[in-house]
Design a protein around this ligand. Structure first.
Ligand SMILES: [Zn+2]
Ligand SMILES: [Zn+2]
Ligand SMILES: [Zn+2]
Length: 262
């Protein structure tokens, strides 16, 4: 029997504005290099034929069209900032086709925020066809999903918080400005780390490139993808400054790794 694989697709590698930034004419925003074109931050995990979205970013519909996503089996929310949730309405199309609610997972505080931001989804005012059908699950610790353990990783996100997610030896860690001491143990033995690395200068709610690299080095991760990138980062100009094993993520990037047997 062959071991199951986990496939990662970077749906969006950009910060909350996306890149190009509206109204900006800097060299990165005008760059013809496709990897400098960044939709809002999101990813797709796939295992055992199931597609699990990490967040429903503002650009989710375009990301789904680009990657040929025709089913969504679950959504794991990191937090409820606009760039990570505003694509939620486009889940409606999938639930219309299948007639089934999509299981979504989020921390209790994030579920409260989603109720406030998208009250039409959670009330009976609109007919079912006009809102996504979601089956909401509170994340309070590790849980099993489609035969794999999903480990939530509590993160500090400026004055707020967010959840990273680990499946097998892949961890997806956005948006974050610090990793609590109690979360480091959840990130040991990784093969791949995808981590928030906003820009070169510091920011109160996000790791900078150098801070993200420090995390990767402390964890001794063989391969690290920096994501949630602003227009300060030119993927061609700046790649020379990255240590071995660290790269800038880009929209459409994929990788696969074997999953440990459960
Ligand atoms: Zn964000
Ligand atoms: Zn720009
Ligand atoms: Zn955020």
């Amino acid at each position: 029997m062959t071991a199951a694989n986990l496939k990662l697709t970077i749906l969006g590698s950009g910060t909350s504005t996306g890149v190009p930034v509206l109204g900006c004419h800097c060299p990165v925003c005008r760059s013809p290099e496709p990897r400098n074109n960044r939709t809002r931050c999101s990813a797709l995990f796939e295992w055992s034929g199931h597609k699990v979205l990490i967040d429903t970013a503002t650009d989710f519909r375009q990301q789904a069209l680009r990657e040929g996503i025709e089913q969504v089996d679950s959504v794991l929310y990191t937090h409820a900032h606009a760039d990570h949730v505003h694509g939620i309405d486009d889940l409606r199309t999938f639930t219309l086709v299948t007639g089934r609610a999509i299981p979504v997972y989020a921390a209790p505080g994030v579920i409260d925020r989603l109720h406030g931001l998208f009250s039409y989804i959670f009330s009976d005012i609109d007919a079912p066809g006009y809102r996504p059908r979601l089956q909401v699950n509170e994340v309070t610790g590790p849980f099993e999903l489609f035969g794999q353990q999903v480990i939530p990783v509590p993160l500090v996100h400026g004055p707020g918080e967010s959840l990273g997610y680990r499946v097998g030896n892949l961890a997806y860690v956005v948006d974050c400005s610090a990793i609590p001491e109690t979360s480091w143990g959840l990130l040991q033995g990784l093969e791949v780390l995808v981590i928030d690395a906003l820009r070169f200068r510091g920011h109160e709610s996000h790791f900078s490139v150098s801070e993200a690299i420090e995390v990767a080095e402390r964890l001794r991760v063989p391969r690290t993808l920096l994501t949630h990138l602003t227009h300060d980062i030119d993927c061609q100009r700046d790649v020379a400054g990255l240590p071995a094993g660290v790269e800038f993520a880009y929209d459409g990037q994929t990788l696969s790794l074997p999953l440990p047997a459960m």
